[in-house]
Design a protein around this ligand. Structure first.
Ligand SMILES: [Cu+2]
Length: 301
């Protein structure tokens, strides 16, 4: 009640302050949540390359002072030494980082931007890197998704789903296809390391023999999501449907996370199958829609 006395002036002051705050807000840089990182690469063959990382706000506007960028490249199978790069200045919103693909195979590139205010925005991209030998062998490989996979990988539009599946029944179960509202196309792949080189091969499906358990994991068999329709944000869930040759459909939810550090408490049984440790790598859909970032995906032809 005592505050009532002399309210007129404080109110005026408040209004003034409020309008100043509004003006300040309008001029403020976007928060880390509104930052969009998109990536293109100059070469997708083993060896030296340049990573171009473009930073914009959610409306696609270039930021005058984006901050500093760190990039970490890991292969999608265990035991490889990560490749690191960083840059603290961008030209027209684009960071240019020299980088080296040290080996052929699937790469996960994580770009983390530290804003001038200390906030961090990060994005993960997935690339399939070839050796020269691979490139010529490509046509012979019965791997229809592979080329699409690469061009999609350029846009960070692919991801992989991993899980453990046990068959508690008495007959073998064969998963022949998968579908999801989150992706245009889904294939079963296996990463194989041959002569020190990791490559992905398409599988017809997944066989879970009676009484056995199969493990889909980085560096091995996985469910490849191509043409993502929506961003797969860390800590979100995505739906996945697996179709069995006998007609059964298994509806699953998949946790999106950067790395699975421990077993997940997510075991569910559908029919004879028990699914657990279901996770997918984060990825963005159509992050590369800005025309000027479209460097050619394949080296030539
Ligand atoms: Cu794959």
């Amino acid at each position: 009640m005592a505050n009532r006395i002399g309210t007129a002036r404080p109110r005026l002051l408040c209004l003034l302050l409020l309008s100043m705050i509004l003006v300040a807000c309008r001029q403020q840089q976007p928060s880390a949540d509104d930052i969009q990182l998109s990536m293109s690469v100059s070469d997708m063959l083993v060896g030296e390359t340049t990573l171009l990382v473009k930073v914009t706000d959610s409306d696609g506007n270039i930021l005058s002072n984006p901050g500093a960028l760190k990039v970490r490249g890991d292969m999608d199978h265990a035991g490889m030494i990560p490749v690191l790069a960083e840059a603290d200045s961008a030209i027209n919103g684009v960071f240019s980082l020299p980088f080296e693909w040290t080996m052929g195979g699937g790469w996960i590139i994580e770009a983390s931007l530290t804003r001038p205010d200390g906030a961090v925005a990060s994005e993960t991209f997935h690339y399939e890197i070839l050796t020269e030998a691979d490139e010529t062998g490509m046509a012979e490989m019965d791997h229809s998704g592979m080329e699409r996979d690469q061009s999609a990988g350029m846009r960070g539009e692919t991801s992989a789903v991993y899980m453990r599946v046990s068959n508690r029944g008495e007959s073998d179960i064969s998963i022949i296809s998968a579908s999801s509202a989150a992706a245009d196309q889904i294939e079963f792949h296996e990463t194989r390391v041959i002569d020190d080189m990791a490559r992905m091969e398409a599988l017809d499906g997944l066989l879970i023999p009676a009484g056995e358990t199969i493990e889909l994991a980085p560096g091995g068999a996985h469910i490849m999501l191509m043409g993502l329709r929506d961003d797969l944000a860390p800590d979100s869930q995505m739906p996945l449907r697996l179709h069995c040759d006998k007609g059964e459909v298994y509806e699953l939810d998949i946790s999106v996370m950067n790395m699975r550090m421990a077993d997940l408490d997510d075991e569910i049984q559908i029919g004879d199958l028990v699914f657990s440790n279901r996770w997918a790598r984060p990825a963005s859909a159509g992050a590369m829609n800005h025309a000027d970032m479209n460097t050619p995906a394949t080296p030539s032809g």
